[in-house]
Every structure is written in C-alpha cells, then in structure tokens.
Design a protein around this ligand. Structure first.
Ligand code: AMP
Length: 275
C-alpha cells in the first residue's frame, strides 16, 4: 500500500497511471465497516483503489464538532492506515490541513451547490456545509482524476449534490451510490456513533425503526403528513418525505424518507427509500 501526504506525490503517481480504472473512496477518516464496504465495492469495479482521509474543516460550522471529530484525535491516522492495509487498499492519500488549505479556509474559491438540492434537509441547519463538501471534493477530484467515486447513501443529499456538480462541471467521472450499512440494531454506521453512550445507542436505534414504521404505513396508503407527524420524535431535527431525485417534497411514491436526529452530542442522519 502506498501512502501519500502531498499533492505533488499523488499528482506524480497519477501522471504515471494512465491505463487503469481508478476508483476513489473519499472519507473523513475514523474508518469503520461502512467505509470498508465502500472500499470493497470500489475494488470490485476498478484496477486501483484510492482512499483519501481528510477531515475537511470547510464543511463544519463554527459551533460544530470539527475539533472533537474522531479523526482529529491522537492515533486515529495510524488506526486508519492499518484498516486500509487490512483491506488491501492500493493508495491512501492523507494530506495535512496546510497541504489542502495553505492560505486557510476564509479567502478561497468555493463551489456553490445547486440551491434546489442544497437548501433543504441538512442544508438548512448546516449553512455552508455542502459548499464545503463540494469544494474539497472538486480539489481531490482534480488531484486524483479518478474514473469512479463511491459515496454512501447514508449521506443521500450529498450524493445527489456531488452527482449534480459532476454533471454541471462536465467532469469525466462516474458517481456510484452504495447502500447504507447498519449495526444489528438498525442504527446506520457513522464515525459519530462513537459519541454515544450505550443508552443513547439504544435510543438511536429508534431512528431506523421509525423510518421502517413510516414506510410500512405509507405503503398501506395512509396519509404521509399524518404519518410523519405522529411518528416524529422530539429529538428529530427533521423527518420528511422527498422525491428521490430532485428532493422536492412529495406524497407520491417512490419517495425517500429523511431523518436527522440529535442524540446527546451526536447529530445523526438516516434515510429510507419507499417504493
Ligand atoms: P465520512 O467519512 O463520514 O465522510 O463518510 C465517507 C463516505 O462513507 C461517505 O460517502 C458516506 O456516505 C459513507 N458512509 C458513511 N457511513 C455509511 C453507512 N453507514 N453506510 C453507507 N455509507 C456510509
């Protein structure tokens, strides 16, 4: 496994690897088995798999958990590198903050996400979040020039926004969605699950259970607004039914249910497709 930490190194490598299909798995580190699953899917569909590990400050709000994010704790990179080695990853790109943002994050050019997709769901409570996500991805896409990039459906709004950016900027890149990986309780795997106590973990399992209950009621023809209202919990930030492609609010199936919930220190998101 090759490990690069500078843009110069990864560009040099890329310049010499013209023939192969290159897959990219973007991550913010603190890797868990959902990341492992993305890596396996990438490996199955390409000759070379690149994993990048970079906790991107540009996508965190001022009062969010950047400093405490698990990747920013001592020893995290070593664990992530071992994880990638066990998974037979070909290349890990793990640059420093200074490498990616040599002039800081205030005075730089940013991508403005499609407002129709960005100004709802997580975009409402996290202003600037998706601009930060797309900006860093565009940078990494330009250094690495992958043929395919893999994104988890846990961050479904992010997946749609990335796909839209690739289309709008005519990037030569296929964006591939990967289904959500869950714990046996149904809780979607997330680096932020580390913030949860055992009791909070139990409570967090209610998120997926609620999505499933709502999906069953919708399939039985019950009124969606009433279902969402009656099943919503006081710790949900949003619980909405939206079109699977354009994210407009809808009552028509197929649709996707979206939840964000705050449990203890963790802000958790989940979603479920309803045919
Ligand atoms: P992160 O490191 O949290 O930014 O996640 C990196 C990638 O892994 C993103 O594309 C996420 O959507 C994906 N991912 C994280 N958790 C899950 C999960 N439980 N199931 C599927 N994909 C996930």
């Amino acid at each position: 496994m090759k490990i690069f930490s500078t843009i110069k190194e990864i560009k040099h490598w890329r310049g010499q690897s013209n023939q192969e299909t290159i897959s990219l798995v973007p991550t913010m580190g603190s890797l868990h088995s959902a990341h492992g699953y993305l890596i396996e899917q990438a490996q199955a569909q390409s000759d070379v798999t690149v994993v990048y590990i970079f906790a991107n400050p540009l996508q965190f709000g001022k009062n969010e958990d950047f400093d405490n994010y698990p990747t920013n704790q001592p020893g995290s990179l070593e664990k992530d590198l071992e994880f990638c080695k066990q998974k037979n990853v070909d290349i890990v790109f793990a640059p420093s903050l200074e490498e990616i943002y040599p002039n800081g994050i205030e005075n730089i050019t940013k991508v403005k996400p499609n407002p129709k997709l960005a100004n709802c769901l997580c975009g409402l409570s996290r202003p600037g979040h998706f601009a930060g996500v797309l900006t860093v991805l565009l940078k990494f896409f330009s250094f690495i020039q992958p043929h395919k990039a893999f994104f988890g459906e846990k961050d479904y709004q992010q997946f749609l926004l990335v796909k839209q950016m690739v289309q709008d900027f005519n990037l030569n890149l296929e964006i591939i969605p990967i289904p959500i990986k869950r714990e046996s309780s149904g809780l979607a795997l997330s680096s932020r699950n580390q913030y949860l106590s055992d009791e909070q973990k139990q409570k967090s399992a209610e998120i997926y259970a609620t999505l499933q209950k709502a999906a069953a009621l919708i399939q039985n023809g019950k009124d969606i607004d009433e279902i969402l209202k009656s099943l919503s919990k006081n710790y949900f930030e949003y619980f909405e039914a939206r079109n699977n492609i354009n994210l407009e609010k809808t009552k028509e199936r197929p649709l996707r249910l979206f939840v964000a919930a705050k449990i203890g220190k963790a802000r958790l998101i989940d979603n479920l497709f309803v045919e």
